[in-house]
Design a protein around this ligand. Structure first.
Ligand code: HEC
Length: 144
């Protein structure tokens, strides 16, 4: 399941890849990162729903934690201008935003450990906690 999703993602990127970014675009980069995070999380949930091998979820869970560790640094001053869905609160309340990100990282790190241990029940429960951490941040820091 994860493999198939990964392959689909890779193909989609390869197809779109004929167009290569000419220069670094911070808004596009963080949004693309969130798309990958979201696709990754869907893959994780699909494996759980299919009662697949949760040990295979260690790497994707770790990737989520690593990305979200960096994510708050992708909102430098000035990047509130442009095609962004981030709310002004990201820049007016950076402490709260960083807290929401680090709370998420904790949930994803715990998911990584549970997956590594092969704890299927624990993983299923933790996936819900991770999903709540996505929603908690979006509620305050992202437009609907
Ligand atoms: C710490 C806050 C935070 C957390 C945690 C978070 N997000 Fe987001 N997310 C944002 C913000 C802010 C944006 C808007 C970025 C922009 O448009 O510049 C966003 C954008 C997105 C987007 C749209 C990307 C695009 O193409 O425009 C998706 C999809 C998304 N998040 C999914 C998720 C999922 C799924 C999770 C949990 C697995 C998650 N996010 C966790 C803050 C967060």
């Amino acid at each position: 399941m994860t493999r198939k999703l990964l392959l689909a993602t890779t193909l989609a990127i390869a197809t779109a890849g004929a167009v290569q970014a000419q220069e670094f675009n911070i808004i596009e980069t963080r949004q693309a990162g969130q798309d990958l995070l979201s696709g990754n999380f869907s893959g994780i949930r699909a494996v759980v729903a299919a009662k697949g091998d949760v040990k295979t979820l260690e790497n994707p869970a770790k990737a989520m934690a690593r990305w979200m560790t960096q994510f708050p640094t992708t909102f430098p001053a000035g990047s509130d201008k442009g095609p962004t869905k981030a709310l002004p609160a990201v820049w007016s309340d950076p402490t709260g935003f960083r807290k929401a990100a680090s709370d998420f990282v904790e949930t994803a790190e715990k998911l990584t450990q549970l997956a590594k241990a092969g704890d299927a029940e624990g993983v299923a429960a933790q996936v819900k906690v991770v999903g709540d951490a996505c929603a908690a941040c979006h509620r305050t820091y992202r437009q609907r």
